[in-house]
Ligand binder design. Sequence first.
Ligand SMILES: [Zn+2]
Length: 111
Amino acid sequence: MSENQRRKAANEAVFRDVNERIEELQRPFAVAERQPLNVVCECDRLGCAEPLSVDLATYERVRSDSTLFLVSPGHEDDSIEDVVDTGGGYMIVRKRLGDPQEIVEATDPRG
Ligand SMILES: [Zn+2]
């Protein structure tokens, strides 16, 4: 695995942390008003923080597996992940086995 791929996986882990904070803040509203969460793209592009709308149940499903991430359509990276599901304005990707997966598991805030 290249240094570049390692950096990409770490970058995605950072945005997952950001989204965990967002979810914490928005969850009461999302539950009470049945509104989607407004999180950010968890792709590996430096500087990308594209907004994503995702319903709470989907977000929780993704977060329950430390190898899954939410990204904007087109922001998936075939070199380190596979698309496992798509929704309205988001895609769910899974890190491939190996180093990228070890990094995202090691940095899982719920790990
Ligand atoms: Zn992105």
